[in-house]
Design a protein around this ligand. Structure first.
Ligand code: HEM
Length: 373
C-alpha cells in the first residue's frame, strides 16, 4: 500500500511546496479523505464516477456525524442521510464483482468467519481492509451487495476523520517544536545513509524517533474519543459496582493523560506536566518516553482502543503520518503562521479544532534539504 499512499501524498505535498504554505486543518481533511477513499478502500473510481462529486458526497456524509442526531429537513444529518444513499447507489455497481467473489467464498466456507480467515492465512492471501470489513459485515448477518457497499463506507468513516485529526494534531504540535524537528531531520540523514533516499516500507520501518513522535503526539492529542463496551459481568471500580449490561465509554484522553495514577501517582496538580501542552509543551512532549523504559508502562496509549476490537488501521495510519512527515521534513522546517493557534482553538473537545483562519503553516526550505525518491 505504500506506493499508492505515497502517490496521493506527493500530489498534495507538491501543491503545498508551490504555495510555500499549508492550511493544515483543511488540508489534513482533504488528505485524510483521499487516503480513505482511494488508498484504503481500493475501489477504482477513475473514469467511472465524477470524483470531485463523490468526494463532496463523502464530506457531506462525514459532516453529518458531528451534527445533532435529529433528522430535520435541511439539517446536517438529513443531508448526510441523503448523501449516504447517493454514495451507496454509486458504490454498489462498482463493488458487485468484489462482493460476489467474497459472497461465494463465504457460502463455500459454510458462513464460518474463522474458516475463511484460516483459509486466507493458509493460502497466503493478502487480507485487504475492505475484505476484512466485508467479512465483518457478513459475520453480523449483512450479506447483500448493499451491505458490502456499506462496509466500504464504514471504512471511509473509520479512516477519514481519524486520519485527518492524526495529521493535524501531529503537525500542530511539531510546528511549535523546532528542536524536535531538528532531531527528526538528523534521523532522516541516518536513514538516507543506510537505505538511500527512497521512502519505501523498509526505510519507514527504521525510523524509531519518528515512531516515537507519532505516539507522543497522539498521546497528548488523541484523534479519537475512545470507544464503547458492554459489560458482560458486574465490574467494581473504586467501590462503585457497574452491573452487567452497562454500556461503558472508555475515553482515550482520560485514560492516558488525565489519570495521573497511570504515570506517577502525583495528584497535586490539576493538569499534570506530561499533558500540559498549552503551558509547557516542551516539557510535555517527550518522544523519548517511547524509546526507553517508559515504553514498558502499561495502559498509557489507548488511542487505537484495546483488546479484540483494536483498530485495524493502526499500523497503516502510523505509516501514513510518518510518510507525510518524511516527505515534508526532509526539505522544510514547519512554522505556524499564527504562533498561538493552539491557544485560540474554536473547540478543544472531543477534538482540537483551530479557529477559522488561524491554521496556516509555512514551509521554510532548509538550507541543505535532504532528497527523497
Ligand atoms: C489516527 C487514526 C485512527 C484512530 C485514532 C482510530 C481509532 C480507533 C478506535 C479507538 C477504535 C475502537 C477500538 C475499540 O473499540 O476498542 C477503532 C476501530 C476501528 N478502526 Fe480505527 N482509528 C484510526 C484509523 C483507522 C483507519 C485508517 C482505518 C481503516 C483502515 C480504521 C479502521 C477501523 C476499524 C475497521 C475498526 C473496528 C475494529 C473492530 O471493531 O474490530 N481506523 N479505531
Amino acid at each position: 500500500m505504500v506506493p499508492s499512499v505515497r502517490q496521493i501524498m506527493q500530489d498534495h505535498v507538491q501543491q503545498w511546496e508551490r504555495d510555500g504554505r499549508v492550511e493544515i486543518f483543511e488540508e489534513a481533511r482533504l488528505l485524510g479523505l483521499d487516503l480513505a477513499i482511494f488508498a484504503i478502500t481500493g475501489i477504482d473510481l477513475e473514469g467511472k464516477v465524477d470524483i470531485e462529486w463523490f468526494k463532496e458526497q463523502v464530506s457531506i456524509f462525514l459532516r453529518g456525524l458531528y451534527g445533532l442526531p435529529i433528522v430535520l429537513p435541511g439539517s446536517e444529518i438529513a443531508k448526510a442521510q441523503a448523501a449516504k444513499k447517493r454514495i451507496l447507489d454509486t458504490l454498489m455497481p462498482l463493488m458487485k464483482e468484489r462482493h460476489d467473489a467474497f459472497h461465494a467464498q463465504w457460502e463455500a466456507a459454510g458462513k464460518d468467519a474463522d474458516k475463511i480467515v484460516s483459509n486466507m492465512v493458509e493460502s497466503g492471501e493478502r487480507i485487504s481492509v475492505t475484505k476484512a470489513q466485508m467479512l465483518g459485515i457478513h459475520s453480523t448477518g449483512g450479506d447483500t451487495l448493499r451491505d458490502s457497499a456499506l462496509s466500504a463506507l464504514q471504512t471511509v468513516m473509520a479512516a477519514g476523520d481519524t486520519t485527518r485529526f492524526a495529521l493535524f494534531n501531529t503537525w500542530a504540535l511539531l510546528a511549535q517544536l523546532p528542536a524536535i524537528q531538528d532531531k527528526v531531520f538528523e534521523e532522516q540523514k541516518k536513514v538516507i545513509a543506510e537505505f538511500g533516499p527512497e521512502i519505501d516500507f523498509r526505510a519507514l520501518s527504521n525510523m524509531p524517533y519518528l515512531d516515537a513522535i507519532f505516539k507522543e503526539a497522539l498521546r497528548i492529542l488523541p484523534p479519537t474519543a475512545g470507544g464503547f463496551r458492554k459489560l458482560t459481568r458486574d465490574a467494581t471500580i473504586s467501590g462503585v459496582t457497574l452491573p452487567a449490561g452497562t454500556i461503558v465509554w472508555y475515553h482515550a484522553l482520560l485514560l492516558q493523560i488525565l489519570d495521573p495514577v497511570l504515570w506517577d501517582g502525583d495528584t497535586s496538580y490539576d493538569i499534570p506536566p506530561y499533558m500540559d501542552w498549552k503551558n509547557n509543551l516542551e516539557g510535555a512532549f517527550q518522544p523519548e518516553r517511547w524509546l526507553g523504559d517508559e515504553a514498558k508502562r502499561p495502559r498509557s496509549f489507548y488511542v487505537f482502543g484495546w483488546g479484540s476490537h483494536l483498530c485495524v488501521g493502526m499500523n497503516l495510519v502510523q505509516m501514513e503520518v510518518k510518510l507525510l512527515l518524511t516527505l515534508v521534513m526532509r526539505r522544510f522546517r514547519l512554522e505556524l503562521e499564527v504562533p498561538d493557534m493552539m491557544r485560540r482553538l474554536a473547540a478543544q473537545f472531543p477534538y482540537v479544532v483551530p479557529a477559522k483562519g488561524t491554521d496556516g503553516m509555512r514551509l521554510v526550505p532548509r538550507v541543505q534539504g535532504l532528497p527523497w525518491s
